[in-house]
Ligand binder design. Structure first.
Ligand SMILES: Cc1ncc(COP(=O)(O)O)c(C=O)c1O
Length: 410
């Protein structure tokens, strides 16, 4: 970080005057936590007793044999409580909220994983909780909405704009401005105004720390490459951070290629040609926007990658050539998902499956002695409706129709 809150030419803190004091308070609490070893110990204790950490590193032997190249290892963030890496960030911020003495939390969510994780944390710590979610994402991720509400959260469907993640973020900021005395905004990814990009990456760094130890124990050396999907960038920063200093490990971020980069219907900010520098939602990064600075509609089969901006830290690592960015299309994602389920009995989230696509393209070109790690950011259970639709599964369709009839007649 060059200047406070900046990463090269990206980042910053572009916030309304009224939020300045709240951000100062947050910055203070965050810095105090970073300088207090007992805070990290408390965090590790919480994550090991509440969220199944350390998550395993699985050697995908069948996939490795299938591709005949590098040994493929999968970092199993799906086995975190609530089924994704989002819990790492949320529980950490929950501990900070307790320190700051606030009583209410709000959050935005796309795939619903961050919303569910926040609702879980709020229930555990006794906070009031409101989750903002684009209406389109409410439809795509209905099971997660159900669980958030059952855990006591209020879910507000956002009807503005493209009714996806960026619109939910705008709405959450509006709420925060009106309720900052009691409320903390649990930002879900490594974006937004400083200190969120760095703070979220810090909590997620638990992934990379574990993975480095595990791969050396299990494989005998550090990995040749690491693959992570990139929405806002938090799971990628979580696993990449520890390996930035390791010359022998290449880092590959995989963005949503949607219908294909040439169609314009995607969410590729760093590997495409459509994004440009901009300031929005409190920070400066590469955004998918038109010439007037209006945010464009993005497309991805995965709600969690369907976002106009990207972590300013990743934009900087891209500038420095320290992370390579690629894109996976919706169709490639379904193929990778199918293969992973059949070969390993593992169901990646649609978001995570983007990382699998790129790893599967590159593994066959590598030596069988080399190891690669795919960061499996979450599990695919939440995506059952989208996946069943994509596979056009007739018995599932029949089940849904019958289930609908049972509900309407009872
Ligand atoms: C399972 C999963 N993976 C990845 C993401 C993308 O977020 P990030 O890039 O912050 O890891 C999401 C976002 O909702 C998600 O639910």
């Amino acid at each position: 970080m060059s200047k406070k809150g900046y990463y090269g030419r990206w980042g910053g803190k572009f916030i309304p005057e009224v939020l300045h004091q709240t951000f100062e308070e947050l910055e203070k609490a965050y810095q105090a936590a970073r300088n207090d070893e007992s805070f990290w110990q408390e965090y590790l204790e919480l994550m090991s007793t509440y969220s199944c950490r350390p998550t395993p590193l699985t050697h995908a032997e069948n996939l490795s044999k299938h591709f005949g190249g590098a040994q493929i290892y999968i970092k199993r963030e799906d086995l975190n409580h609530t089924g994704a890496h989002k819990a790492n960030n949320v529980m950490g911020q929950g501990l900070l909220v307790k320190r700051m003495g606030k009583t209410r939390v709000i959050a935005e969510t796309g795939a619903g994983q961050h919303g569910v994780a926040t609702a879980t944390m709020a229930a555990k710590f006794g906070f009031e909780c409101t989750i903002y979610m684009g209406e389109e994402d409410v439809m795509r991720q209905r099971p997660n909405v159900f669980w958030m509400e059952k855990m006591g959260a209020t879910v507000v469907p956002v009807q503005d704009g493209s009714k996806t993640l960026k619109d939910a973020i705008n709405e959450a900021f509006r709420d925060w401005v009106s309720n900052m005395d009691t409320t903390h905004y649990v930002f879900g990814t490594a974006c937004g105004p400083s200190p969120f990009p760095e703070m979220v990456s810090w909590f997620q760094s638990i992934i990379g720390g574990e993975a480095a130890e595990q791969i050396v124990t299990q494989h005998g050396s550090l990995p040749k490459r690491i693959y992570a999907c990139v929405g806002g960038g938090s799971n990628a920063m979580g696993i990449f951070g520890r390996f930035l200093k390791e010359d022998q490990t290449d880092l590959v971020g995989v963005e949503a290629g949607g219908y294909g980069l040439e169609t314009g219907k995607h969410a590729a900010r760093l590997c495409g040609v459509d994004a440009s520098p901009g300031v929005a939602q409190g920070y400066k990064t590469m955004f998918l926007q038109n010439d007037d600075g209006q945010m464009r509609h993005t497309h991805s089969v995965s709600a969690g990658l369907d976002y106009v901006g990207v972590s300013p830290i990743l934009s900087d690592l891209n500038d420095q050539g320290l992370v390579r960015f690629e894109a996976a299309t919706d169709d490639e994602v379904m193929e990778a998902l199918d293969l992973t389920m059949k070969k390993e009995g593992i169901i990646p989230a649609l978001e995570s499956a983007h990382a699998f696509v790129q790893a599967f393209k590159e593994a066959p070109t590598m030596d069988t002695k080399d190891a690669i790690i795919i960061n499996m950011s979450g599990r695919g259970d939440k995506d059952i409706f989208t996946i069943a639709n994509a596979f056009d599964d007739p018995s599932w369709k029949e089940f849904i129709i019958e289930r609908g009839k049972t509900y309407s007649s009872s």
